[in-house]
Write a protein of this length. Structure first.
Length: 629
């Protein structure tokens, strides 16, 4: 008789044991692959790794798709179990033997037929699963409540046009617990691959159609697997006495969520396991196009008392600390630095310091000591904040800097935050000057000829100087210009050299160069610029301006006794001086030379007009000259 009673009692326990799957929560996700109507559909399932039944893990699940307009099923997708990994704590040293969560991932690539998923109202995926933890305190009969994992998504084709969208993807959660009577923060933020606007809210968790062992589950080998797919609306959990969507946790500050970041916070004054659900909706151009709901639960335990650190700041070598909203006045007479002091009433604390510049670049400020330890309650952690010599910011507006001190308390660090407002007065300075030895800073240079001039920078304050050149729309090196960017104190002079090649004319004939000097002061007027305009000229342009003499008088008076052209156009890449030939009016040659320094005295020839040809190979210049005696 006793054996029959024990057997009956064991049989009565089986449904309860099967129900106790200890699923912590989860969410669906739909990610567009970038290929035609191909998506990765996934389910992240969060499992109680300490108390959960491993036999309750499904090797494969089935997710159903429904029309939002008709609630009719339009598709079913099998997702195999792909991986499982432990969910990390924010601080690994805070692990608690009562809480360890494992993430089980199911996913596969699916095709959403553009001939089916065309309704403007959109669609939803759902997956139902049994069962929740019996220890949940804020809903009734938790062990007989299932879960519905739910995701809304838009049509993949609207009016014959593809509409590509990925659902919001929740960030991987932390495996943290909360401490009773202490404020707790938890990040439930998501990202969106399409850059859509995300809005967060709390919603009542769905229990769906599960009522324990049995309906809607069949007698399949895995009782958790759904063989029947139910459309919305889905039944919600029933809140236990004293709880509601407005009071999800017991305590002075019920659980709340930031609608733009997804961060939740609360203070609970009752130990236990609390379940809740976060809805993340995505909007594009102000219109809602999708949503995903994450089911989750948090454990509230009794933690050792831990006090937050205290953060203060003051000027270096001064005793008085700054008030929270005080504007700090600094100057660059020495190092622009502040002392930071952290105290923590708890012994054996590890303190971390973090800087968050709010209106200037993080590269413009440094922290000497980012971490330290306080072994006794009288210990202090000291660090120094130093600002770079020149910080780009709006004049007459202070620099805003957030300093955060965090300890190593569990489950998440206790913090103190200090907002500093710092104005750094620049040192008085006289602006530097830059100039060139090139007259009017403009010249035309023939190809093949060399141009040189000096560039000089001068600073009346004898500050450190930089001198550099910037081509307008080109680099100096690529067109053969030679100039060395340099630094110095008080004064710098550097030569500029350029021999334009024939290839230069193929890209441009006009080149603008900005020579810039900059001193190391923090003045907005620490720069000076001189602009040089250079033109590269072709041989034809030079030849068109060529004006040789048109008369000579060989009378031995020492003035203009011969015909010569000392200002012949210089050679270039394609036109090289070949020689000169002089002819009388009957076309008979009277003089010939191949040297540029030729001289024709006209000896033996009468007064008259003579004709000459100057040969440059590809070009010939014609002219006349009169011989007068």
């Amino acid at each position: 008789m006793m054996k029959r009673v024990l057997l009956l009692a064991l049989l009565m326990l089986i449904p309860w044991l099967v129900q106790a799957t200890h699923i912590v929560g989860g969410e669906l996700n739909l990610l567009y692959t970038g290929r035609s109507y191909q998506f990765t559909l996934s389910l992240n399932l969060y499992f109680d790794d300490i108390n959960g039944e491993r036999d309750a893990e499904d090797e494969q699940i089935f997710v159903a798709a429904f029309s939002k307009r008709t609630d009719k099923q339009v598709g079913t997708f099998a997702l195999p179990r792909r991986s499982a990994s432990l969910v990390e704590y924010t601080n690994s040293a805070c692990k608690n033997g009562r809480l360890q969560t494992r993430q089980i991932r199911y996913f596969d690539e699916v095709t959403l037929d553009p001939n089916i998923y065309t309704e403007a109202e959109g669609y939803y995926f759902s997956f139902e699963r049994c069962c929740r933890n019996w220890a949940i305190v804020n809903i009734t009969d938790p062990g007989n409540n299932g879960m519905v994992f739910y995701l809304e998504f838009p049509a993949v084709s609207l009016n014959g046009t593809r509409f590509a969208d990925s659902s919001p993807t929740f960030d991987r959660p932390k495996g943290d617990y909360a401490c009773v009577n202490e404020r707790f923060f938890f990040d439930f933020g998501a990202t969106d691959a399409d850059g859509d606007e995300l809005r967060y809210s709390l919603t009542t968790p769905k229990r769906g159609n599960s009522n324990g062992f049995g309906s809607p589950f069949s007698g399949s080998p895995n009782p958790g697997a759904m063989d029947i797919f139910y459309a919305a609306p889905y039944a919600s959990v029933n809140w236990a006495a004293g709880f509601s969507l407005a009071t999800l946790t017991a305590g002075p500050e019920p659980l709340r969520i930031n609608p733009t970041t997804g961060q939740i916070s609360f203070i609970a004054n009752r130990l236990g396991l609390y379940v809740f659900s976060v809805l993340c909706e995505e909007y594009r151009n102000g219109k809602k196009i999708g949503a995903v709901q994450r089911d989750f639960q948090l454990l509230v335990i009794d933690c050792p008392v831990n006090t937050a650190p205290t953060l203060q700041a003051k000027k270096a070598n001064e005793p008085i600390f700054f008030a929270e909203e005080e504007t700090i006045q600094l100057s660059y007479g020495g190092k622009a630095c502040l002392d930071v002091i952290v105290t923590d009433p708890d012994p054996n604390s590890t303190i971390s310091l973090q800087l968050n510049p709010l209106n200037f670049s993080a590269e413009s400020v440094s922290l000497s000591n980012k971490q330290g330890w306080t072994n006794r309650i009288t210990d202090t952690l000291r660090s120094q904040i130093c600002f770079n010599a020149c910080i780009p910011h709006t004049p007459d507006k202070p620099l805003l800097l957030q300093v955060i001190a965090s300890d190593n308390s569990c489950p998440i660090p206790k913090r103190d935050t200090l907002l500093l407002s710092v104005y750094i007065a620049p040192l008085p300075t006289i602006s530097p000057e830059v100039s060139t030895s090139l007259p009017n800073n403009e010249v035309a240079v023939q190809t093949g000829q060399t141009l040189t001039f000096d560039v000089s920078a001068f600073d009346p304050d004898n500050d450190q100087l930089k001198l550099y050149a910037v081509g307008e729309g080109f680099s100096l090196e690529e067109v053969g210009m030679q100039f060395v960017n340099s630094t110095g104190t008080g004064k710098i002079t550097q030569p500029f050299s350029w021999t334009p090649s024939c290839e230069v004319l193929e890209s441009s004939s006009r080149y603008v160069i900005h020579f810039i000097t900059e001193d190391n002061s923090c003045s907005l007027n620490r720069f000076d610029t001189v602009t040089v305009q250079l033109s590269a000229e072709s041989f034809e342009r030079v030849l068109s301006r060529f004006s040789p003499p048109n008369v000579f008088t060989p009378n031995n008076d020492g003035a203009n006794d011969s015909f010569q052209i000392p200002n012949l156009p210089p050679d270039n890449c394609e036109n090289i001086f070949q020689g000169i030939n002089v002819y009388n009016r009957w076309g008979q040659p009277v003089f010939s030379a191949h040297e540029r320094e030729f001289q024709w005295t006209g000896q033996g020839y009468p007064t008259g007009t003579y004709y000459y040809l100057i040969n440059y190979g590809n070009r010939v210049f014609k002219g006349t000259v009169s011989l007068l005696r």
